[in-house]
Design a protein around this ligand. Structure first.
Ligand SMILES: NC(=O)c1ccc[n+]([C@@H]2O[C@H](COP(=O)([O-])OP(=O)(O)OC[C@H]3O[C@@H](n4cnc5c(N)ncnc54)[C@H](OP(=O)(O)O)[C@@H]3O)[C@@H](O)[C@H]2O)c1
Length: 237
């Protein structure tokens, strides 16, 4: 498929886990990739994986717990490709497991800053110029997490991501900038832990579906990666 040739994607949190799979999956679609981690040395493994795909790669760093970190990511994109066609908002944290009454406001704020506010800031930075160019794909990672009050900051932040994405899709209707969410499933990553149901590789090929949508395709929708799973052959071995 040639659809993503010449395009650039920013995948936040692509130093490991699901983001690394997404970066590699996009590169296999001939998409150039801006890889991101909190520190530049965190993305070396992903850069090495991208070498086997015949695409351009650019590395950016920034701690999304701060607005300075967000600005660093944006500045890194400006210094590299200058603009992006696909924004894959994957980076997130889960708060420390504890009884809901013991979760401090600082913990709520910290989780929301990374999982929601920084994600919004990146959409605000890149979506208007996608609109001006008449092409864009924005995919925000959500979660199918059920009622686990000990992880409420995480799950409430993801509920807000869902609502924000639907509002963004409404704002962008008719512009060919499509904004959707992706539920990767419960995967064995640093965040998902060793008991998770699925290998991280199973996020592919489903994670590519909202990036490969035809012009003026679905927006404001939820994509569930596990509905498209074809086994671990499709991921990074
Ligand atoms: N794993 C699951 O079962 C599961 C289920 C549902 C949804 N999700 C969602 O999928 C996405 C990826 O999860 P994952 O399991 O791959 O997580 P992970 O293995 O913990 O990886 C997290 C990624 O986010 C980056 N990151 C963390 N804190 C950051 C910060 N303060 N600033 C910038 N980047 C930061 C990390 O970069 P560094 O390497 O630099 O730290 C890393 O690349 C998240 O949005 C998560 O909520 C995961």
């Amino acid at each position: 498929m040639q659809l993503l040739e010449q395009k650039w994607a920013l995948v936040t949190g692509s130093s490991r886990g699901i983001g690394q799979q997404i970066a590699v999956g996009l590169a296999r679609q001939k998409c150039n990739v801006v890889v991101h981690g909190r520190e530049i040395h965190h993305v070396q493994e992903t850069l090495a994986l991208l070498k086997s795909a015949d695409v351009q790669a650019h590395a950016v760093a920034g701690d999304l717990a701060t607005m300075e970190g967000v600005q660093s990511v944006i500045a890194g994109v400006r210094e590299g490709p200058g603009q992006i066609d696909i924004l894959y908002n994957n980076a997130a944290i889960q708060n420390k497991w504890k009884p809901i009454w013991e979760i401090t406001m600082d913990e709520w704020l910290h989780t929301f800053q990374i999982n929601l506010f920084s994600m919004i800031a990146l959409c605000t930075a890149f979506a208007p110029e996608m609109k001006a160019r008449g092409y864009g794909r924005i995919i925000n990672l959500t979660s199918g997490i059920k009622d686990i009050p000990q992880l409420a900051p995480y799950s409430v932040s993801k509920a807000a991501v869902d609502k924000y994405t639907r509002d963004l899709a409404a704002e962008l209707r008719g512009t060919n900038v499509l904004a959707n969410t992706l539920d990767p499933g419960w995967l064995r990553t640093d965040m998902g832990g060793p008991s998770a149901h699925h290998e991280v590789t199973t996020v592919l090929p489903g994670a590519l579906v909202p990036a490969l949508l035809d012009d003026n395709g679905p927006s404001g929708q939820l994509y569930a990666a596990q509905e498209y799973r074809q086994g671990s052959r499709d991921g990074v071995e």
